[in-house]
Design a protein around this ligand. Structure first.
Ligand code: KG4
Ligand code: ZN
Length: 341
């Protein structure tokens, strides 16, 4: 007898992307992401505007995902959604929609932890990415988080280290803002860095008490002071040296991240290393990780580009694993801005 296929509709609305995916087992049939451009003019995400935009996007994005996947609502087996962590107003839109849809279709509801989803995105069945072997270490780097996680199994994860102040994505975005670049500045720093000299300028690598923790607020301040000082001498300094400044910032951030990864490998003896989260889209980080296969003898796992920044496909894969475990949630469940594993 042929095994029944499972169709899951997944919703992600934790920050400023409204995303809906449809999965058939562990394969992605559709993964629609509606970005919110409104935040660029404010230099960062405005929570109130983000929740309003989610309200506007959610119905059309759900419709579009179902159409693209060529799946009918009545064929869905479960609704998965991001419960947290994230902006509460944004999470509430996805949570309320998911609850109503599960109730209307009389199918199970599955709550997903956004950070766990970034990591488990590696298990989406896709020719463009290989699946990590357990146990592995995942460096989860996003706009809101920076964590070193020991992943023993799908739902057995342990935090080895994390940022004590800013997240690495914030370090990219705030540095970009100092340089007058639009939000989110991470992808722009990446773009300009490709044409610059990474050793042109030196920035500090802040030390932390725990060698597996991260700190980025000092770096941001030193970049600010450096730019202010240089612009006193030459008002066009940033403009004229943009490529070299971006390359140097990116190089410093990668050094900080790699130092922690090396310490984590030393501390655990685990050489299976994955990266996840929005900042894992960074071309410099992807290259260094790829090279680490040879230079450090690690097995490295780099997510497919479209599963790096926030997306609902990663929520769907967690939904699928929870579905297989029969791990469902009641419709009384609420969104949570702060959430551990
Ligand atoms: O995972 P994500 O989409 O949202 C959160 O959960 O935070 O991550 C967004 C972060 C932003 O800070 C953005 O600037 C950064 O990921 N980012 C990048 C790149 N693409 C996105 N940072 C550096 N280089 C990139 N190519
Ligand atoms: Zn994220």
């Amino acid at each position: 007898m042929q095994k029944k296929l499972t169709y899951i509709l997944a919703i992600e609305s934790s920050c400023d992307d409204t995303s809906v995916a449809i999965l058939k087992n562990d394969k992605v049939l559709a993964n629609v992401v509606a970005n919110q451009e409104i935040h660029a003019q404010y230099g960062g995400v405005v929570p109130e505007l983000a929740s309003r935009a989610h309200q506007q996007h959610i119905v059309p994005v759900v419709d579009q995902a179902l159409k693209l996947a060529n799946v009918d609502k009545k064929d869905l087996d479960a609704i998965a959604f991001t419960r947290g962590p994230g902006l509460l107003g944004s999470l509430l839109v996805g949570t309320s929609f998911a609850k109503s849809m599960a109730l209307a279709l009389n199918i199970p509801l599955i709550a997903v932890n956004h950070m766990q989803a970034h990591i488990l995105a590696h298990f989406i069945d896709d020719a463009a990415q290989k699946k990590p072997e357990f146990p592995f270490i995942c460096l989860t780097i996003s706009g809101g988080h920076t964590q070193l996680i020991k992943v023993n199994d799908y739902f057995d994860m342990q935090i080895l280290g994390e940022t004590i102040d800013d997240a690495v994505g914030e370090a990219f975005d705030k540095s970009a803002k100092i340089l007058g670049l639009e939000y989110p500045g991470g992808p722009l720093i990446d773009k300009y860095a490709q044409l610059g000299n990474p050793l042109a300028f030196q920035f500090p690598n802040p030390k932390t008490e725990n060698k597996l923790d991260f700190s980025f607020s000092g770096l941001k301040t030193s970049i600010l002071y450096f730019i202010q000082k240089k612009e006193k001498e030459d008002v066009n300094f940033s403009k004229n040296n943009l490529h070299d400044i971006c390359a140097s910032i990116q190089y410093t951030i990668i050094q900080i991240l790699m130092e922690r990864l090396v310490s984590a490998v030393k501390a655990t003896g685990i050489k299976n290393i994955a990266i996840a989260g929005g900042v894992s889209a960074n071309s410099g980080i992807r290259k260094v990780l790829q090279d680490a296969e040879n230079s450090y003898g690690w097995n490295t796992y780099i997510p497919k580009f479209e599963y790096t920044t926030d997306n609902a496909a990663m929520i769907g894969i967690v939904g699928y694993f929870k579905f297989l475990n029969g791990d469902f949630d009641p419709t009384s469940i609420s969104a949570k801005a702060r959430m551990k594993f």
